[in-house]
Structures are given as structure tokens and as C-alpha cells.
Design a protein around this ligand. Structure first.
Ligand code: PMP
Length: 372
């Protein structure tokens, strides 16, 4: 019997993925974490051409220069972050960027502030680096937003970093500007890193997105193409990190994956430089569904904060495990809140990356169970 390393013993495979393996294929799936849209045609055409042009070799470790130039422009235009192509690394999805941060900077004895609830990979990456996750509650009173007062309470001499994710998976909460700015200032006073996962930046409704990287230098800003351009399977993400952080990150990237896939990088250039109308259409449709699902859940009596971004809704329910099981038996897949953190023990996550019609049907089924 081969004994696994302690670092892998510390983590479990995603319970959410496990659930999908056992569920009825005819059920309406509100468990999904990816847009139900196809990659826009102009991006597909660019990738097809890349294959025809034999653009199938290794790229520079940090990614194609032309892509990094587009990313630098994007940071400047959208995020008020002034950077340089040398600070940008193109990764195999935001997932790799998160793992790189943990491997490059976290170790035993470090405390990493982790919003509760937050995306499952954060805790797993922290555990695999042998650092300690320190949950910071995002309370219902604050509409599930991370607030500076709650962060301050958890700072210690061991605080090495904080994970930020606005808009948030699983809650859809969008952080307020004053909190983003105050956390940036706090990170300078206490000398810790901010890892800002901005992958849902563009999927936001009537709110503005603020990047901590606009306010201080010790930020690693992570983004990617999976959500905005529905490119989940293409696996392209990126990060921006100042000179003092970049080299360590590159070591992990270089020895783990060498570079991100060449064809996907060509698609990513087109995504950033081409027309953005498909993004606008997708976000408008997500907003229509957000309005539908939240109003139906509220009508059913569930305490449901209105999400300002991403494509998830995070209602409070009495007994999440029972809710998830009963809903699945009736033909609606949802996800319990607990895997996203202790704070989720009274929540379920529903994704509205499914058609308007299916969401209507799913809500009818839930309403039937509620009345039954
Ligand atoms: N961050 C968050 C908050 C996510 O929800 C996801 C995907 N579910 C990722 C990162 C990973 O994205 P990618 O496909 O770019 O690896």
C-alpha cells in the first residue's frame, strides 16, 4: 500500500463534483459552475486558424507577448492597474494561478484569511501548502459581503495573505469600494499579500467592480477567460504580480506546466481585442435569470440576498442536506453550502447558468415541494 504525501491527505476531492457523478441525467442542473453559453464565434475562428497556422508549439513561459500586451491594456482600462508585460503570467486557468500563489508564498505557520463562504479551491490550495486557513465571516447582516471590520479582527502577526473574490462564488456578493480600499491599506500596514480572484469581474449587475491592485502593490490579481468568454475547457487564465512576487510564481508555473496552451492563448488575444457584444448579451441574460430566481425564492419564503454578480444565488434554508436530497429526488440539482465554509451550514447554492425555461421549471418543482 503506497502512502500518500501529507499534503494530499489534507484535502478531499470536490464534494460538488462527486455529487454530479451520482445524479439523474434528466434533472435540471442548478449546480453548474460554468456559463451555459458557447465560445463566441470570433474566438472559435481565431483558434481554428491557430491550428491551421501550426501554432501548436511551446509559447514563452509567461505566455505570448501579444496576449500579455492585451492583458496589460485590459488592466489599465478596466482595473486602473498600471503594469507591464513582465509582470503578467498566462496560466492554465485561474485555477493554476491560485495554486501557484499558494505554492510560491504559503507555508507551515502562515495564516491565510479566507472569506467564509468562498470557492472550494482556496481552502484546498492553502491546505496543500500546509498553511492555515483563517475564516472571516461574510454575514447575512452584511448581505454576505466581506467587510473591513471583520477582516481586521482576524489579523495576527502570522497573517501572510488574504483571498478576495468579488463578485463571489458561491454568494454572488460584490464588495464595496471602501472595503476593497481599506483592505488594500491594511495589507500595506501589516505586510501581507492580497490574492484577488476577479474571474467574475464582468458578470456584474448595476454595480462597479473595484480591484485592490489599483490601491496598493502587494496584490496578485487573478483573472481568466472561463466565465467572461465561456471558455472553461480552453483553460486560459492570467495573473498580474509586481516584480518582487513575479519570479517566485514563475518558478511554480515553469516547473509545473511550462506554459499555457498555445491555441487557447490565440483565442484569448481575440477575446480581449475583438468585439464584446457576446459578453454584453450573456450578462443581460444572466441578469434576467437572476431576477427570476431570486424573486421566486423570496416568494417561497427563503431569505435570499440579491446577488450583484456571478451566476449564483445563495438562499438560507433550514436543513441544506435534506433540501438538496429532496430537490434532487424531485429533479432539481442544487449544492449544499457547507463545503464553501462553516458559514454555509444554513445555505444552498443554486447556479442560474441554465436556461430561463429550466429555471422556471425548477422553481415550480421547488414550490411544489415547499407546499407539499
Ligand atoms: N475562481 C473562482 C471563484 C471560480 O468560481 C472558478 C471556477 N469555478 C475559478 C476560479 C477557476 O477558473 P478557471 O476555469 O479559470 O480555472
Amino acid at each position: 500500500m503506497i502512502n500518500p504525501a501529507n499534503r494530499t491527505k489534507m484535502v478531499e476531492l470536490s464534494q460538488i463534483r462527486k455529487m454530479f457523478e451520482v445524479t439523474n441525467p434528466d434533472a435540471i442542473n442548478l449546480g453548474i459552475g460554468e456559463p451555459d453559453f458557447d465560445v463566441p464565434e470570433n474566438i472559435k475562428a481565431a483558434m481554428s486558424k491557430a491550428i491551421e497556422d501550426n501554432d501548436t508549439h511551446y509559447t514563452p513561459n509567461k505566455g505570448y507577448v501579444e496576449l500579455r500586451e492585451e492583458i496589460v491594456k485590459k488592466f489599465d482600462n478596466d482595473n486602473n492597474i498600471e503594469t507591464d508585460i513582465e509582470n503578467v503570467i498566462v496560466t492554465n486557468g485561474a485555477s493554476e494561478a491560485l495554486y501557484m500563489c499558494a505554492q510560491a508564498f504559503f507555508e507551515k505557520g502562515d495564516e491565510i484569511l479566507l472569506p467564509d463562504p468562498s470557492f472550494l479551491s482556496y481552502e484546498a490550495c492553502i491546505n496543500m501548502s500546509e498553511a492555515t486557513p483563517v475564516p472571516v465571516e461574510c454575514s447575512m447582516e452584511n448581505s454576505l459581503k466581506l467587510k473591513i471590520e471583520d477582516v481586521k479582527e482576524k489579523i495576527s502577526s502570522k497573517t501572510k495573505a488574504i483571498m478576495l473574490n468579488s463578485p463571489c462564488n458561491p454568494s454572488g456578493a460584490v464588495m464595496d469600494k471602501e472595503d476593497v480600499k481599506a483592505i488594500a491599506e491594511l495589507s500595506e500596514d501589516h505586510d501581507f499579500i492580497i490574492i484577488s480572484d476577479e474571474i467574475y469581474e464582468k458578470i456584474i449587475y448595476d454595480k462597479k467592480h473595484y480591484s485592490p491592485g489599483a490601491y496598493c502593490d502587494n496584490v496578485i490579481t487573478i483573472n481568466g477567460f472561463s466565465k467572461t468568454y465561456a471558455m472553461t475547457g480552453i483553460r486560459i487564465g492570467y495573473l498580474n504580480a509586481g516584480e518582487n512576487l513575479n519570479e517566485e510564481l514563475l518558478k511554480i508555473h515553469q516547473y509545473c506546466t511550462a506554459c499555457a496552451n498555445s491555441i487557447g492563448q490565440i483565442g484569448a488575444i481575440e477575446a480581449l481585442s475583438g468585439p464584446q457584444d457576446s459578453v454584453e448579451k450573456m450578462v443581460a441574460e444572466f441578469k434576467r435569470r437572476r431576477d427570476l430566481i431570486t424573486s421566486r425564492l423570496i416568494d417561497m419564503g427563503y431569505n435570499t440576498p440579491i446577488p450583484d454578480g456571478a451566476f449564483y444565488v445563495y438562499p438560507e434554508v433550514e436543513n441544506p442536506m435534506e433540501f438538496v436530497r429532496t430537490a434532487a429526488d424531485a429533479g432539481v440539482i442544487t449544492v449544499p453550502g457547507l463545503p464553501f465554509g462553516e458559514n454555509g451550514r444554513k445555505h444552498v447554492r443554486m447556479s442560474y447558468a441554465n436556461s430561463y425555461e429550466n429555471i422556471e421549471k425548477a422553481m415550480d418543482i421547488l414550490e411544489g415541494l415547499n407546499n407539499g
